[in-house]
Write a protein that binds this ligand. Structure first.
Ligand code: HEM
Length: 321
């Protein structure tokens, strides 16, 4: 990640991490999400649904969740000069690049092409934002005076982590509700909120199922000994279905208390985009989707894939157009 995308805040610890996290905070804060991003998310989602509504059928992943997620990310990062399709392409290109364990030169070349595209868009927007600052990630880091290499690396981090997860959660939660009509009825009849439907989906499926870590110092956790420099996987997907914490952990139950679940991680690196994602998915994408497309129903299988990153490959649906 550091070689291909630059050294970002996720790869730092202690004060070095906190400095960058604080600089980025104004772009991610619950207040900015409420006062600035929520309206932009709605505006973009209305347009996506306006185009979709007359069609009567679509793949929710490619035609709804993907553009909705990418438009949100264009706003949060400040890269309004990038199309939503390019946002999706560069995000995927970087994800493929950093998980290119076989060292395929084509994958690496594509990743370089994607980071070059981001850099070109960043350069153009930096010139504009210098005289007209705003609350975007690019602008707030510039205002805080972070070194340009860090500014660029953190924009790339947000793009690599901020596109596929909301996309997978929007399409996946819609699928979960459509395939569990009793749960959807809880929401429609006011016994549960869209927020609960979203949080329970994120617990049940864990869009990020695993976090890699290097052990910094020897320690014993729950009777297991860890030595310094060992590599470990934190299995979020397992924690979120811990049968000693969650009753019937394998079932999707929108009325359950999900307070102990950790789909956004925990500790200093807790997802910076959590507030934005909650608003995007639970206040905008899900309620607007079900309101705007009457009689929304599944129209085929939704194949899920991945475990480190998990989501549906496609969610075919139809509605009464
Ligand atoms: C439902 C959607 C999302 C999920 C499930 C999710 C999940 C996570 C998780 C588990 C981590 C912790 C990584 C670790 O500790 O190694 C993380 C970190 C992060 N996420 Fe998200 N994320 C989501 C959406 C977003 C969005 C939309 C953005 C940006 C616009 C974003 C930006 C970040 C950043 C910058 C970090 C690193 C924070 C740090 O190192 O201090 N995420 N995310």
């Amino acid at each position: 990640m550091s070689v291909l995308m630059g050294e970002n805040m996720m790869r730092k610890d202690g004060e070095a991490h906190q400095t960058e996290r604080r600089a980025a905070f104004p772009a991610f804060s619950p207040r900015t999400v409420r006062d600035v991003w929520a309206a932009r998310f709605r505006e973009a989602t209305v347009k996506v649904l306006d185009d979709l509504a007359p069609k009567g059928a679509c793949d929710l992943v490619a035609e709804f969740a993907m553009p909705v997620s990418a438009h949100a990310l264009r706003n949060i990062t400040g890269l309004l000069n990038m199309s939503w399709r390019e946002m999706d392409r560069v995000s995927q290109g970087m994800i493929d690049g950093i998980s290119n364990y076989l060292g395929d030169p084509e994958v690496e070349a594509r990743c370089h092409d994607c980071t070059a595209s981001i850099d070109a868009h960043v350069t153009e927007r930096m010139a504009e934002l210098a005289s007209a600052p705003d609350t975007s990630l690019l602008s707030v880091q510039m205002q805080a005076g972070l070194p340009e290499a860090s500014v660029r690396a953190n924009v790339k981090l947000a793009i690599s982590g901020g596109q596929n997860e909301p996309r997978d959660v929007i399409a996946g939660a819609a699928w979960a509700l459509l395939s569990h009509p009793g749960q959807l009825a809880h929401v429609h009849e006011g016994r549960a909120t869209w927020q609960q439907a979203f949080e329970e989906y994120a617990r049940w499926i864990s869009p990020i199922g695993m976090l890699p870590r290097r052990v910094a110092r020897a320690a014993e956790v729950c009777g297991v000994r860890f030595e310094s420099e060992e590599r470990v996987f934190l299995m979020i997907g397992s924690a979120n279905r811990d049968e000693t914490i969650f009753e019937n952990a394998d079932s999707y139950d929108v009325t359950r208390d999900t307070g102990a679940a950790i789909p956004f991680g925990a500790g200093p690196h807790f997802c910076a985009g959590a507030a934005a994602s909650r608003t995007l998915v639970a206040e905008v994408a899900l309620p607007m989707l079900f309101e705007r497309l009457p009689g929304l129903r599944l129209a085929g299988e939704a194949p899920f894939e991945g475990w480190a990153f998990r989501g549906p490959r496609a969610v075919p649906v139809a509605w009464d157009a």
